[in-house]
Design a protein around this ligand. Sequence first.
Ligand SMILES: C[S@@+](CC[C@H](N)C(=O)[O-])C[C@H]1O[C@@H](n2cnc3c(N)ncnc32)[C@H](O)[C@@H]1O
Length: 278
Amino acid sequence: MARKDREQNRRSWNAATVAHNSHKRDQASFLKRAGTLFPEELGLLGPLRGKTLLHLQCNSGQDTLSLARRGARVTGVDISDEAITFAQALSCDSRIPGRFVRADVYDYLTAKRPTFDVVFCSYGVTGWLEDLDRWAQGIARRLRRGGRFVYVEFHPVVFTFDECGRPAFPYSTHGAPLRGPGVTDYVQASGPALAPSGYVAGVRDFTNPHGAVEFAWGLSEIVQAVIDAGLHVDHLEEYPWSNGFAPFEGMRRRGARYFPAPGQPQVPLMFSLRAVKR
Ligand SMILES: C[S@@+](CC[C@H](N)C(=O)[O-])C[C@H]1O[C@@H](n2cnc3c(N)ncnc32)[C@H](O)[C@@H]1O
């Protein structure tokens, strides 16, 4: 993938991030009293007090600051200018300390220092990455010895179906790019499940003027890249629900979790992975 494709994704995320945040009521006040993290990542992350934590592809920093609320010293990295500017303002307004860096993940992971106790990323990550080996090697480089990598993600099999649950797309393109219409206003589509501070109408009828370049990676390709980077995988789990995001129309919602309705694909909808640098 050429850098110009990643720059296109940067523009696409800049535009979509404005729309996404427009639907979320007073996020600073919300973060002062609660967090945005789900039980799956909290369980895998364990106690965070005093730990240094790198959050890759952190978008507008809501999860990053939620990790900081738990005592971690956080650094969030994202390619989107809009997301990082928003995250920095959210940190100021909520008075929750966090460091936010606007960078391409591949550039950031090239450097050896600083190293972190924990590297974390979640929900919508590898679909933007053209080289999983370089990504996983960079994560291994940025972990201190004994440090943990925690990753919670929508299951790749979900994206083989269209919104009606019909088989429609390849499971993996093995690194070949998929050029599409751009990042959508999926916060509007999900509603309150993705707006824990309260949902407001915000931007209406969002159409992204910038297309996007994505990738479909299979589960074994992701896990193998982590193993090949020398990290010891000690946890891999698949879940029959999806946090905050309904891939199919008419799914059943319980809290922020979506479950397939009868007749919809009964497949794993998320997975989680934890790996240790020995
Ligand atoms: C679905 S969002 C992840 C949201 C995240 N789970 C959170 O905490 O809100 C994907 C993010 O990846 C970022 N991204 C895409 N390509 C990137 C790259 N090459 N380097 C860094 N960030 C990238 C986008 O800007 C976007 O914020």
